[in-house]
Design a protein around this ligand. Structure first.
Ligand SMILES: Nc1nc2c(c(=O)[nH]1)N[C@H]1C(S)=C(S)[C@@H](COP(=O)(O)O)O[C@H]1N2
Ligand SMILES: [Mo]
Length: 265
């Protein structure tokens, strides 16, 4: 009596099926390899592979459609803020910086190419103080509830007549009449961010000089840093040297290294 697997017809069928499934298997591998080679052959665009950059841009569009840049981040009680705030990101914080002679350099488009003002920390501290306690999120994956104080960027703009295209008194309620962006750069130009005007005008966006009720530590951005709770940590530039009101999208450190520009939360 012959078992079924001794049957030559059966064996032929097994061989046929094996060849067929191997063929599919190799075809699948070839497709994956070809896809990978294609992806890797794409040129670089602002630090990211062009095909991946397109995916990022699509994500940004979806994010912008579902989330308004004016949405407010959830806030917490000061007592919930952590005491040991993580220090992250050393770029643009080079040694030899003299915080005592520091002044914020401000370039406003409406004033013409060369006009600049310098604002001292004392001047900034004279403006109304605002606290914000929120969940600070880094794109690396960590987050912590932290407490920051400073002046609203919008109050600062009102005080110094910043942001209008024509140099006249800016109307902060009329966003289209303002420049599209604010660029911020460290004194040594080692770190830089671009902020869209709507996010800059959020009542939670502050020029920050204090953390947990104490002066800002050097490694966390003294004398002045940005706190912008509707964006990821990368945009919270520490140690601002120059601030520029501009229409064209300013350079942005992590955008140039492959992240999306908005980094909206
Ligand atoms: N000048 C400067 N600002 C910076 C960075 C940096 O490298 N240099 N890193 C950013 C990133 S990625 C994060 S998460 C926050 C961290 O702020 P912290 O050190 O106060 O926690 O700072 C942001 N601002
Ligand atoms: Mo970060």
């Amino acid at each position: 009596m012959s078992l079924e697997h001794d049957d030559p017809n059966f064996q032929r069928e097994v061989r046929k099926r094996s060849i067929k499934s191997f063929a599919w298997f190799f075809l699948a591998i070839a497709l994956v390899v070809a896809g990978w080679l294609w992806l890797m052959s794409q040129p670089d665009e602002f630090g990211a592979n062009r095909a991946l950059r397109r995916v990022l841009r699509f994500n940004e569009t979806v994010n912008a459609a579902v989330k308004s840049p004016t949405h407010l981040a959830k806030t917490f009680d000061k007592s919930q803020a952590v005491k040991n705030v993580k220090v992250n990101g050393p770029y643009g914080l080079s040694d030899g910086f003299d915080s005592t002679s520091w002044k914020l350099r401000v370039v406003n488009k409406g004033w013409g190419a060369d006009s600049v003002i310098y604002v001292t920390l004392d001047d900034i501290k004279k403006l109304p103080r605002t606290d914000v306690v929120f969940d600070f999120k880094c794109i690396e994956g960590w987050s912590q509830i932290t407490w920051w104080s400073g002046v609203k960027l919008s109050d600062f703009m009102k005080q110094y007549n910043l942001g209008s295209r024509n140099g006249r008194t800016p109307n902060l309620d009329d966003v289209p009449s303002l420049t599209n962006y604010i660029g911020m750069v460290t004194p040594d130009s080692g770190y830089y961010v671009g902020i869209d005007m709507k996010s800059a005008l959020s009542p939670q966006t502050i020029l920050c000089y204090a953390m947990n009720g104490n002066p800002l530590p050097e490694n966390q951005g003294a004398p002045l840093r940005l706190i912008i709770p509707n964006k990821y940590g990368v945009k919270h530039i520490k140690r601002i040297g120059t601030m520029r009101f501009v229409d064209r999208r300013p350079r942005d450190y992590w955008f140039e290294r492959g992240y999306d520009y908005d980094c909206a939360l």
